[in-house]
Design a protein around this ligand. Structure first.
Ligand code: BDP
Length: 687
């Protein structure tokens, strides 16, 4: 089992034959075109029944009169073939109706993709694939669809990916990096996008692309080269209108554009003193005749100027977007990362969700574990996402759950939803580790229905991906459910964010880089105090970006939850938490507790030997052993760092005292050269 089949293995069910008589013997898929999702759904049913139950069924494409059948089709096609239905629910786009009570069994969709209605219309993945085939923050090999600047000819894996995504309700994939490249827009690549769309379409998955804002002046081969990219310049408008039409000729159902502008070195409208809304609307207008939408990223900040101690990157989105509310075209959605900084292990919900009621909004989640162990650490993310989706922002003192904001329900928008950064690669596990695929599965399930319980989703995934053996389900559940709290504890608790190296790798401990760079992920730690004061009264004012009830909660140290204390407040190391512990001692205790929990994962995993296939067993075991070791590196590096900086002893005398640790210098080094590690706390005796 390489992992390639993910949760669509259709593993044989023991005693499957005993169900044969109660299963229908015919499948009717009401579409004759093999490129249609309904046709493909018929084939999937056939394959699933065969593989799970050993039952052979024929697939027909029109009503064959047989009563013992499963019919799959759109509601419209069904009524044409079988006559009208009583009691069908009202379906929205992509919604479907499944009845096993009727004869024939009905699986009917509002459209070909689709009595479950999705919670939000936009359920996309973002893939940060570069045209050269590399993937930014991808941990599973190279791109499945790009190589050497063009779109590859063999798109088999791309089609397989679409199949996986379809099964969890994802309806579009943005295929290239948000840090985009203008040469995506050459005629050759536009033709290639057409091919990607062709292999995804039978699964009901559309293609979207990221745009490079200054493409008109980038000398794109086969396109006009302008001297300006000013969004209000007529020649620029015409340029994008033309390119957009060319794309729609190849991809008539293109989902839309994703745009990262004026952030981290990406060009944008501010160069011409135009607003971000004017920039977004340039693309919105080009897309309107074709029905596409613009996902405009709220991740806008100017890192290079943030040398001012009081500047707070967390405020940037509010500063940029709040004044523009109401100025975005109807087909623009503001795509907002879940927290105000950047995919950290713990962040408060982005207050932008509460501040642009007139605009469509989507939440951006990260399936790829950029800051969260990069698939070398198991971190099941659904519980983290749920803390945000279920958070009540109390806009106008009324219930305003983030999930109701992005579904469009809270502020009455018909557009909104979810963007998940996945970054699948050519590796057979898709994202780099077998267990990390629970995150992709959970992402799709939550985008369809954010009220689902994290553990429920997880167990559904375990049964499909591994098996239903109770000990398999229980063990994997325990490891996964303990994984995010453990990672948070050993990588940076109390709202410190993930204390990784933030200069480039975002992997492994390096707390000192937090305060020594211009990236704005500060800890503000000195010899006596730690934490970032984001209050209105004394700090950066960030807390005031929330509606009054929430602002008041975070403004006050007494009502700020311990797990976000240092996110909002700057305190003495000896400050007492709600738990009664001091900040520094809790820091030590939790880093030890988190690493201790991670030690148990490998042992628990070992109890699964023989209960799952060896290939996946050993692959994951290797990762759990690695995580056990690396969690100690984390624990010691962070604890030592804060011990050195604060000078406060660990009451349990563990910090700096690791009798069982084998130091590198006491080993025979073969083929290694000692070098000085910075910060030294992350090293063995400085090297
Ligand atoms: C940061 C990543 C960087 C991305 C950026 C973004 O480190 O690679 O380009 O986010 O989301 O987290 O645009």
């Amino acid at each position: 089992e390489s992992g390639l089949a993910a949760w669509l293995r259709y593993a044989p069910l023991q005693g499957g034959e005993s169900y044969h008589s109660s299963l229908p013997s015919h499948i009717v898929a009401l579409n004759t075109s093999s490129a249609s999702p309904v046709y493909v759904a018929g084939q999937e049913l056939q394959q699933g029944l065969q593989s799970i139950y050993g039952k052979q069924c024929n697939v027909h494409h029109s009503s064959n009169g047989a009563s013992s059948s499963i019919v799959v089709g759109t509601l419209d096609e069904y009524t044409k073939a079988y006559g009208s239905l009583n009691n069908t629910p009202d379906l929205i786009e992509d919604g479907y109706w499944l009845s096993t009570e009727s004869s024939p069994v009905q699986i009917l969709g509002k459209n070909e993709r689709g009595a479950f209605n999705p919670n939000a219309p936009v359920r996309w993945t973002n893939e940060w694939d570069n045209l050269d085939g590399s993937i930014e923050r991808g941990f599973a090999g190279n791109s499945n669809w790009f190589a050497n600047g063009v779109i590859v000819s063999n798109l088999t894996r791309t089609a397989e990916y679409a199949r996986l995504l379809a099964s969890i309700g994802i309806n579009a994939v943005v295929v290239n990096n948000v840090n985009a490249n203008a040469s995506l827009l050459t005629p050759q690549n536009i033709e290639g996008l057409g091919r990607i769309a062709d292999v995804m379409r039978p699964y009901g998955v559309q293609v979207g692309i990221s745009l490079y804002f200054s493409s008109p002046i980038s000398g794109v081969k086969g396109q006009a080269n302008l001297t300006t990219f000013d969004p209000l310049d007529e020649s620029v408008v015409t340029w994008w209108t033309n390119v957009t039409s060319q794309i729609y000729q190849q991809v008539p159902d293109m989902a839309g554009y994703l745009v990262k502008a004026n952030s981290e070195g990406q060009p944008g409208p501010l160069t011409y003193n135009r607003t971000l809304a004017q920039g977004a609307n340039l693309f919105a207008k080009a897309l309107q005749p074709h029905g596409g939408i613009v996902m405009f990223r709220a991740f806008v900040y100017n890192n290079l100027n943030e040398t001012d101690w009081y500047a707070d990157r967390a405020n940037a989105q509010i500063q940029f977007f709040k004044p523009l509310d109401g100025e975005f075209d109807f087909n623009v959605i503001i795509q907002i990362k879940y927290g105000p900084i950047d995919f950290q292990v713990r962040e408060p919900a982005s207050p932008l969700f509460a501040n642009i009621p007139k605009s469509n909004a989507a939440i951006e989640l990260q399936v790829t574990q950029e800051y969260l162990g990069q698939q070398c650490h198991l971190v099941y993310l659904a519980p983290l996402w749920k803390t945000i989706l279920d958070f009540d922002l109390r806009v106008d003192n009324e219930s305003s759950l983030v999930r109701d904001v992005v579904s469009g329900q809270r502020f009455n928008h018909s557009l909104g939803g979810y963007a998940g950064v996945v970054n699948v690669g050519t590796n057979d596990t898709w994202i780099g580790s077998h267990m990390a695929m629970s995150n992709l599965y959970a992402y799709g399930r939550l985008a369809w229905d954010p009220t689902l319980d994290s553990q429920y989703i997880l167990q559904e995934w375990i049964r499909l991906t591994f098996n239903a053996d109770q000990s398999v389900v229980n063990t994997m559940t325990q490891i996964s459910m303990e994984s995010w709290p453990a990672y948070e504890n050993y990588s940076g608790n109390l709202g410190e964010q993930t204390l990784t190296d933030i200069l480039y790798t975002h992997f492994g401990p390096n707390p000192q880089t937090q305060d020594n760079t211009v990236w704005g992920q500060w800890t503000r730690a000195d010899h006596t105090t730690i934490g970032m004061d984001r209050t209105v009264s004394n700090g950066t004012g960030f807390a005031g970006n929330y509606p009054p009830e929430i602002a008041a909660m975070y403004e006050n140290i007494a009502t700020t939850p311990d797990n976000l204390l240092l996110w909002f407040h700057h305190v003495n190391y000896t400050h007492l938490l709600h738990s009664g512990e001091t900040v520094i001692q809790d820091f030590y205790d939790q880093h030890y507790a988190g690493a201790a929990t991670a030690q148990t994962f490998a042992t628990m995993w070992e109890s699964l030997k023989g209960k799952i296939d060896d290939e996946r067993y050993y692959d994951q075991l290797f990762r759990q052993v690695y995580q056990a070791g690396h969690s100690l590196v984390w624990r010691d590096a962070i604890s030592n760092f804060y011990h050195n900086i604060s000078g406060i002893l660990d009451v349990a005398n563990r910090v700096g005292n690791h009798p069982y640790r084998i130091e590198a210098e006491s080993m025979q080094l073969d083929g290694y050269k000692p070098y000085t590690v910075i910060p030294f706390e992350a090293a063995s005796n400085y090297t």
